[in-house]
Ligand binder design. Structure first.
Ligand SMILES: NC(=O)c1ccc[n+]([C@@H]2O[C@H](COP(=O)([O-])OP(=O)(O)OC[C@H]3O[C@@H](n4cnc5c(N)ncnc54)[C@H](OP(=O)(O)O)[C@@H]3O)[C@@H](O)[C@H]2O)c1
Length: 295
């Protein structure tokens, strides 16, 4: 299978290229510096010329705070690029797997979000990602939209790497404890994407298509996540870090965050047979990947 992935240095696209289950498939990547996702026609033509069997649309404008002041560029990348990708896929008659986010929801629901819950993004990033979902779906019915959350990995920028970096120079850290979600390990997202790609190529059934949530198992707040990162790091000789729990009000950011980012991944298990690991197990794995060579 020839898989086209958007993005060249991101967490999920890098994880796909290094995914053991991708062996045996040809992976080609589209992204900067050759192609900027904001170049609509160039992006569409590049995909059509590459002639893949399936597209994994992973790249996005992910700078949540900066998006508040760069709405136009965020819209071009998060909304219009998925439209171009969907149109290219329709022309080639191939499926698209598109990554989306918990930020399409307001975060006001007290329990986990299901796929058909009402959306209501509270910031520019979430609004543009939701628009991207809609434009992609309008361009081609042959899609899977994967809503994930709190993504971390040994690659790119993420919470685990930030905590480990700050932990090198601090004795204690203040971390928000009143937002809950499910940390999701990008190498597991990659594995899920490959399985879904194989399912879509082998089976045209409409049930396999549509919107699916995809997160690690269990739940956490950011302070709990930080504590697991630091306890994992201690095994590699890092000093103990005290995590002080604070509220969102004590850590103001330009973009509002959903209070509840929990997504139920039950539909993905029922229909695609995919279940990710518990977030604590995967977090320890990620910390090990990052620190084992420095221990
Ligand atoms: N990170 C999270 O916590 C999170 C949570 C929920 C959903 N998601 C979704 O999951 C997907 C993957 O996220 P991620 O964490 O892997 O993102 P990431 O690490 O921030 O990587 C984003 C990728 O998009 C590329 N990109 C951004 N703007 C571009 C442009 N104008 N032209 C070409 N490429 C561009 C980046 O390229 P450069 O390296 O050149 O910048 C990079 O390869 C995204 O769709 C995101 O919305 C992420």
């Amino acid at each position: 299978m020839k898989i086209l992935v958007t993005g060249t240095h991101g967490q999920v696209d890098t994880s796909i290229r290094s995914c053991p289950s991708a062996k045996g498939h040809e992976i080609i990547s589209i992204g900067r510096p050759e192609i900027d996702l904001s170049e609509y026609e160039k992006l569409k033509n590049a995909i059509i010329n590459a002639n893949p069997d399936i597209i994994i649309s992973s790249a996005a404008y992910t700078a949540v705070d900066k998006a508040e002041s760069e709405a136009e560029i965020a819209y071009a990348i998060n909304a219009l690029a998925p439209k171009a990708i969907g149109e290219a896929a329709a022309k080639l008659n191939i499926p698209v797997i598109h990554l989306s986010t918990d930020y399409v929801f307001s975060g006001d629901k007290p329990s986990s979000y299901d796929e058909d819950d009402k959306t209501g993004p509270i910031g520019v990033y979430g609004k543009t990602k939701l628009e991207g979902e809609k434009l992609l779906a309008a361009a081609t019915p042959n899609h899977v939209i994967l809503r994930t959350a709190w993504v971390y990995s040994p690659y790119g920028n993420n919470f685990v790497k930030t905590m480990l970096r700050l932990g090198e120079s601090r004795e204690e850290l203040n971390v928000v404890a009143d937002q809950q979600g499910c940390p999701t390990y990008a190498p597991e997202i990659a594995r899920a994407c490959i399985t879904i790609a194989e399912n879509l190529i082998n089976d045209q059934a409409i049930e396999l298509r549509g919107i699916f949530n995809l997160t690690g198992q269990g739940k956490a707040n950011w302070a709990q996540f930080a504590k697991v990162i630091f306890s994992g790091a201690e095994k590699f000789g890092r000093k103990k870090i005290i995590v002080n729990e604070i509220t969102t009000d004590q850590y103001p950011t330009p973009a509002k965050r959903p209070k509840n980012s929990l997504l139920s991944s039950q539909k993905l298990l029922d229909i695609h047979g995919i279940e990710l690991d518990n977030w604590e197990k995967s977090t320890k794995e990620c910390v090990k990947m990052l620190l084992q060579n420095n221990a």
